[in-house]
Design a protein around this ligand. Structure first.
Ligand code: ASP
Ligand code: MG
Length: 609
């Protein structure tokens, strides 16, 4: 195949890991197809590891069978049972390869040398002893590996959690330093948005790891988030491609944020509701209390926004899946009770619409275009939250599909990306503390254990920004668009945007900008806001933004609590908060930044470097 694949590494043959999911090995024909694809790559001169899942709905069937025997299947036996699904496929796939005239050997998780901890059904990989795999590869065999399984220190069979074959594939690719990890599936690749929602959705050629993680909701059907994080950390390029057909699929890799498209995709999460806590005391510890209540009930909250307090009271909103609303309201009421002040309101029939793109952190006007597009479609924006590479808004559910279509069109996502993005501005960020990167194969293997435990991988301080707040902004379509267009015209790069839900028809909007852009931003912002009666403009020049980055922050409900407790213990009052799938950011006073970031890093067991 490609030159790099053949001659990419100087001394060793290149290694290709291929993974076929359940639907792509469902029957004998499909298994033969998978075998043929592995053989084709092998014949090009590569060493091949073929990772397979259980056939079709096999795992579900096994779960069902166990349920017919008992309501409380012992965890150990459940893993013995579930692992048979993959064991069946490896034997069949190995036979298929051998019948094509290439030598192959099947390996269960234990035979692959994958050791895990002992938590059955959600085990985490501890290490991989590649000796046996490497010997087979060097002997010219295709290694047929069972996905989704390993064994613990006592030799018990364990499984890695549903969808875990992706994890086996990326972990093997990481330790073997494979040139690529190909994930074969029943879709053509990753799309700019759900093609069932927008007919013009286009398959994306290349997408950055970070984008894929932020698009968890778009990518969920395609790939397991933790596998992407693995691949990112160990620089494994992933190609998601169709099992049937010759499509090249989508490459998930590290991309340069300066040349990447500004917006890569639009995601829709349909069934959201909103919870708002009003009239809260404006003091340290309030967020800690709220997150503690949520963590106790394992409620996955998202789009958390807290705006600057005014008149001694603060307000926080977040979204939760509609199914969790009742439980969330109980938790919120309890938080208010403990805090001794506040009240809880909620909104239903909402959806979350997000645009994602790593190029947006260096460009102006993305928020303005998104808001203008929604305004032109007459769609009102509920809460707004952002990360460096994502802007999310909450809108009425009955307009959510219109919103996605309009935004997809406005950013011309249906077209091949050719045009240069509008305005380019470089922005700098403050110092970082990052978990160490593995350099050698040994370190990679050792690193796996730690890797599986990592939820939070980075805690960062950005102390080069200022905060700008517009209070009493009218709550109607077009207001945010006017504001952000004016600011974008002055080439001001906007970072965090926070809009909480409106009260009595008025809303507050806060955002952060580079300190060097502050004066220009105020000038431009004032011109627009003067046309809004009673709107007040305020700012804080010296702020510090602390962000925590990781994966699955929404479902790891302890992350928010740990972060906000550390800030509370530091006595740091938080003026702004926003969150995304992979990042929690909080703004505190400028001089509180350094000690606060150290405290937060320590709380996650990371060292500031
Ligand atoms: N067979 C397992 C499951 O269905 C693992 C996988 O398919 O990735 O969850
Ligand atoms: Mg699967």
């Amino acid at each position: 195949m490609s030159f790099e694949r053949l001659f990419g590494s100087e001394y060793a043959l290149s290694i290709v890991v291929q993974k076929f999911g359940g639907t792509s090995v469902a029957d004998a024909t499909k298994i033969r197809n998978a075998a043929a694809r592995a053989v084709a790559v092998h014949r090009e001169g590569h060493q091949v590891v073929l990772v397979v899942s259980a056939r079709g709905k096999k795992t579900d069937e096994l779960v069902g069978l166990a349920a017919e025997i008992t309501d409380t299947p012992p965890a150990r036996e459940m893993d013995v049972l579930l692992s048979t699904g993959e064991q069946e496929t490896i034997a069949l796939a190995s036979m298929a390869i051998q019948s094509l005239g290439v030598s192959a050997m099947s390996f269960t998780g234990g035979q692959l040398g994958i050791t895990t901890d002992g938590s059955h059904s959600k085990a985490r990989i501890r290490s991989i002893d590649t000796g046996r795999i490497q010997a087979a590869l060097e002997a010219g065999q295709i290694v047929v590996a069972a996905g989704f399984q390993g064994y613990d220190e006592h030799g018990n069979i364990t499984t890695l959690g549903r969808g875990g074959s992706d994890l086996t594939a990326t972990a093997l690719a990481a330790v073997l330093r494979a040139d690529v990890c190909e994930i074969f599936t029943d879709v053509e690749g990753v799309y700019t948005t759900d093609p069932r929602v927008v007919a013009e959705a286009r398959k994306i050629e290349k997408i950055a790891y970070e984008e894929m993680l932020e698009l968890a909701s778009l990518g969920a059907g395609v790939m397991h988030s933790r596998s992407i994080e693995f691949a990112k950390k160990y620089h494994v390029p992933i190609r998601v491609r169709p099992a049937l057909g010759e499509g090249e699929g989508t490459l998930i890799t590290a991309l340069d944020d300066q040349t990447a498209p500004v917006v890569t995709g639009v995601a829709l999460v349909k069934s959201e509701s909103r919870v708002t806590l009003l009239d809260l005391p404006d003091r340290p510890g309030v967020m800690d209390q709220i997150f503690t209540q949520m963590e106790e009930r394992k409620i996955p909250i998202d789009m958390v926004v807290q705006d600057v307090g005014s008149g001694g009271v603060a307000e926080v909103s977040f979204s939760v899946p509609e199914a969790e609303l009742a439980e969330t309201l109980t938790a919120a009421e309890r938080a208010v009770e403990v805090l001794g002040q506040g009240r809880v309101v909620s909104g239903t029939n909402l959806s979350k619409v997000s645009v994602v793109g790593i190029g947006m952190s260096r460009h102006t006007g993305v928020a303005a275009l998104m808001f203008r597009t929604l305004a032109d479609a007459g769609i009102n924006i509920g809460i707004v939250t952002t990360s460096e590479i994502k802007i999310s808004v909450l809108v009425d559910r009955d307009r959510s599909v219109d919103a996605v279509r309009a935004i997809h069109k406005a950013f011309a996502l249906h077209e091949e990306i050719t045009a240069e993005p509008a305005v380019g501005v470089r922005r700098e960020v403050g110092s970082a503390s990052i978990a160490a990167d593995a350099e050698t194969e040994d370190a990679t293997v050792r690193g796996l254990a730690g890797m599986e435990d990592i939820v939070v991988s980075e805690v960062r301080l950005d102390d080069l920004q200022s905060r700008v707040t517009f209070s009493n902004v009218p709550d109607r379509p077009g207001v945010l668009a006017d504001l952000f267009e004016a600011v974008a015209e002055g080439a001001v790069v906007v970072d965090m945007i926070v809009q909480n839900v409106s009260q009595q028809g008025r809303a507050n909007v806060s955002f952060t900008v580079l300190r060097s852009d502050l004066d220009r931003c105020l000038l431009l912002g004032r011109e627009v806001s003067e046309t809004w009666p009673n709107c007040e403009l305020s700012f804080e020049k010296e702020i510090a933004k602390i962000s925590v980055t990781g994966i699955g922050l929404r479902t790891h409900t302890s992350v928010g609590r740990v972060m906000f407790r550390a800030l509370a213990e530091q006595g740091a009052n938080i003026s702004l908060i926003n969150t995304s799938e992979v990042r929690f950011s909080a703004v505190v006073a400028g001089d509180a930044g350094k000690p606060a970031v150290e405290k937060v890093a320590a709380a996650f067991g990371l060292k500031a470097r």
